[in-house]
Design a protein around this ligand. Structure first.
Ligand code: NAD
Length: 345
């Protein structure tokens, strides 16, 4: 198959190339993000392969159908960037990588928590400047504190295990509580009120968009630490800035940002930053912001490439794969076709 890969970096090529070539596929690596203009690079391809900040809008889906491209391969678990309804109506299949390495993301979330709490990002900058003063670097023991985890799926569960390893008291909120987990589920409000740290591990949906907002921040403990490795729009940026300015929020570790698609994965160091909110967030000393890198481990990159190859094979063989997602599965939650191991359409 001819596959147009969007938003690619050298590490994508490194992991994908040997597998694709061995299977006889023809990759076309495109550094640009997918948009209505760069879509032209996919002309003649059989599929496009996209990442988290490639927006597969209604317009793009319509053009894909015109270009006779009927396969969207996601190199990610999340799929909030795809117009699922339009893809379903245009009979375009969507195959994703549901779990490439939950450990990669959970461990990264924990690393953000540790760094923000103990201010190691500040300490690193100081010692590199031969400043060995430790004033202002006081953190808190996590031992015995309460951690609130929102979303107890694959990554959330791993994060919970790590937090329990720190002897934290873990409480959780999920719309689908998992009875198999030895876990104290609480209503969202209670989680907000009781947690010393809050870590977000739910997907971005219409329900979860701005789940962290003025009202929920108002319920939180003073000095709460907020960790977001899921999706930027789970947090209302204006509410976040207000919460930090008023000292309600004591620290933030964020690997995602609401408007990240214009900036993340690009070198902006020589340019004028035109997103004032992003610039403001980065100036806060108690915020550690990284550029959507929680997934970036060799194990995860290998798994993303390997699962994508399996997805291509399932598509070519026209067989069911649990990695297929569609509007119906989304809408119905427990789609019968899926449960009977049938293809989406
Ligand atoms: P998952 O599907 O295994 O788990 C998600 C959990 O969230 C499920 O238990 C689900 O019931 C719960 N949930 C759904 N709606 C909810 C709501 N309204 N309120 C509370 N909980 C809700 O997903 P996962 O593999 O654990 O991944 C979680 C998220 O992490 C992904 O959706 C993605 O956005 C993000 N992610 C980020 C990176 C990164 O590099 N930063 C990498 C991979 C995944």
């Amino acid at each position: 198959m001819k596959i147009a890969f969007y938003d690619t970096r050298p590490y994508d090529k490194l992991w994908f190339d040997p597998l694709l070539k061995e299977a006889g596929h023809e990759p076309r690596y495109i550094e640009n993000r997918l948009d209505i203009h760069t879509l032209e690079y996919a002309r003649g391809a059989d599929a496009i392969c996209v990442f988290v900040n490639d927006k597969v809008t209604k317009e793009i889906v319509d053009r894909l159908a015109d270009m006779k491209i009927h396969l969207i391969l996601l190199r990610s678990a999340g799929y909030n960037n795809v117009d699922m309804k339009e893809a379903y109506e245009k009979h375009i299949r969507i195959l994703r990588v549901p779990a490439y390495s939950p450990a990669a993301v959970a461990e990264y979330a924990a690393s953000l928590l540790l760094a923000v709490n103990r201010k190691t990002h500040k300490a690193y900058a100081r010692t590199r400047d031969f400043n060995f003063n430790i004033d202002g670097l006081t953190g808190m023991d996590l031992y015995g504190k309460t951690a609130g985890v929102i979303g107890t799926g694959r990554i959330g569960q791993m994060m919970i295990d790590i937090l329990k390893g720190f002897h934290m008291n873990v409480i959780a909120y999920d719309v689908f509580p998992n009875p198999k987990l030895d876990l104290q589920y609480v209503p969202l409000e209670e989680l907000m009120e009781k947690s010393d740290i809050i870590s977000l591990h739910c997907p971005l949906t219409e329900e979860t968009r701005h789940i962290i907002n003025d009202q929920t921040i108002g319920m939180m403990k003073d000095g709460v630490i907020l960790i977001n490795t899921s999706r930027g729009a789970l947090i209302d940026t204006q509410a976040l800035i207000k919460g930090i300015n008023t000292h309600k929020i004591g620290g933030v570790g964020m690997d995602v940002y609401e408007e990240e698609d214009s900036y993340f994965f690009e070198d902006w160091s020589g340019k004028i930053m035109d997103d004032r909110d992003l610039a403001r967030i980065i100036t806060f000393p108690n915020v550690l912001l990284t550029s959507h890198q929680a997934f970036l481990t060799t194990e995860a990159l290998h798994q993303i490439a390997a699962t994508t190859l399996e997805n291509i094979k399932a598509y070519e063989d026209d067989v069911f794969t649990p990695n297929e997602i569609c509007y119906q599965c989304e809408e119905k939650g427990d789609c019968q076709r899926r449960q009977n191991h049938q293809k989406c359409f």
